[in-house]
Design a protein around this ligand. Structure first.
Ligand code: PLP
Length: 406
């Protein structure tokens, strides 16, 4: 079987669709190299890593090697990596696990209004158990001010949870500055690095982070697998009860093939990262320049401190969901807000936290490029947006800011 064809150029599992796929923040399709690395653990080498026989030992070895590789990529020790079923579980384990483990010292947790729902809903559960949750506000670009973090800390604060890069608008947070403050205070710092990991080297020591969430399918690995980095000495109450896997921090048979694919994709992403980040930044600039030509389009997120592959806008006079559906019919796949909030009629909590008018926030569009995206894909997308906007707005003409003849 030709794996590269099986995976398809654009669409992981759907080689027949020739859509322009610009939704890498939702899922970045499986890299062929990752699939290739996974296949033996789905077929001839499929064994339970807890089994003592040769097949089990091969599965265990594959996990150990993947753990070493992922640890090395972020500057950690292998025993500090716990594999999970994805970013959501990693966030839940970090927030609830660290929260519950430190109740003797306090029940005060600081987070931000723009976190992923996996963090926000985990803190909401703790709030129902008498934890006090402080949700910090952000500026118009979605940035948290480290001074606000410092001001929110109390004697009873045990955990601060701040994402490194926002999944909707792409804004990067000043994690190292926040890490300095949190370490000085003595609380633990959790960083959701799910969106950043594909694009920038993560150095948990430069961040002074104690807990870091990762997810494979955001960086070209398979869905349903992720990891939580847990700094040695960080107390955590396991959130799943069962066997003693993952040094008793996460019960359940490991997703061997998924873990192997995760490591393969992460290694590839890191090896390509600086050249690829430069290329993606150029594509984003092309997209932004094109969108800037259209009336009623406002870029969201930080203008400079942002993920290289994310272009987010709000568009006046349209519903983001209608725009996504119209573009889908044109063979262009993008999203409105995050994958998790799209489908809901509520405007995104991230845009609202940034002070964007709720009416305008309904017209949000997120375009996220990836390894296979070309300049031609960007131009096709811009042409499709120009084509569908007038219809969705119920008017003729595209309303270019600059006359076509200019
Ligand atoms: N955190 C962030 C910032 C994300 O973007 C996502 C996915 O959208 C998650 C967590 C959840 O990751 P997963 O889909 O692996 O559960």
């Amino acid at each position: 079987m030709d794996l590269r064809n099986a995976v398809g150029k654009r669409h992981g599992y759907h080689p027949s669709t020739m859509a322009v796929y610009l939704d890498h923040a939702a899922t970045s399709p499986l890299r062929p190299e990752a699939l290739e690395a996974m296949l033996p653990y789905l077929t001839s080498n499929a064994g339970n890593p807890s089994s003592l026989h040769a097949t089990g030992r091969r599965a265990r070895k594959a996990i150990d090697e993947s753990r070493e590789s992922i640890a090395q990529l972020i500057g950690a020790q292998p025993r500090e990596i716990v594999f999970t079923s994805g970013g959501t579980e990693a966030d839940n384990l970090a927030v609830k696990g660290a929260g519950w483990a430190a109740t003797a010292r306090g029940r005060h947790i600081v987070t931000t209004a723009v976190e992923h729902k996996a963090v926000l809903n985990a803190t909401a559960i703790l709030e129902r158990a008498n934890f006090e949750i402080v949700c910090l506000l952000v500026d118009e670009f979605g940035r948290v001010d480290p001074i606000d973090v410092a001001a929110a800390l109390t004697e009873r604060t045990t955990l601060v949870s701040v994402m490194s890069a926002n999944n909707e608008v792409g804004t990067l947070q000043p994690i190292a500055a926040i890490g300095e403050i949190v370490r000085g205070h003595g609380a633990k710092l959790h960083v959701d690095a799910v969106q950043l990991a594909a694009h920038e080297a993560i150095d948990i020591n430069a961040w002074q982070a104690d807990l870091v969430s990762l997810s494979a399918h955001k960086l070209g690995g398979p869905q349903g697998v992720g990891a939580l980095y847990i700094r040695r000495g960080t107390q955590l109450l396991p959130q799943l009860q069962g066997g003693s896997q993952e040094r008793q921090r996460r019960a359940g048979t490991e997703n061997v093939a998924g873990i192997v694919g995760f490591a393969a994709a992460f290694e590839l992403a890191r090896a390509e990262s600086s050249a690829e980040a430069h290329r993606l930044r150029e594509l984003s600039r092309r997209l932004r320049d094109g969108l800037d030509q259209l009336e009623g389009v406002t870029l969201t997120g930080h203008p400079d401190d942002r993920l290289p592959n994310n272009v987010s806008v709000v568009i006046e006079g349209v519903e983001g969901g209608d725009l996504v559906a119209a573009l889908d019919l044109e063979g262009v796949e993008v999203s409105t807000g995050s994958a998790c909030t799209s489908g809901s009629t509520e405007p995104s909590h991230v845009l609202l936290a940034m002070g964007i008018d709720p009416h305008l926030a309904h017209g949000s569009l997120r375009i996220t490029t990836g390894p296979e995206t070309t300049a031609q894909d960007v131009d096709t997308t811009l042409a499709a947006i120009r084509g569908v906007l007038p219809r969705l707005r119920g008017v003729e003409g595209v309303h270019p800011k600059v006359a076509a003849t200019a």
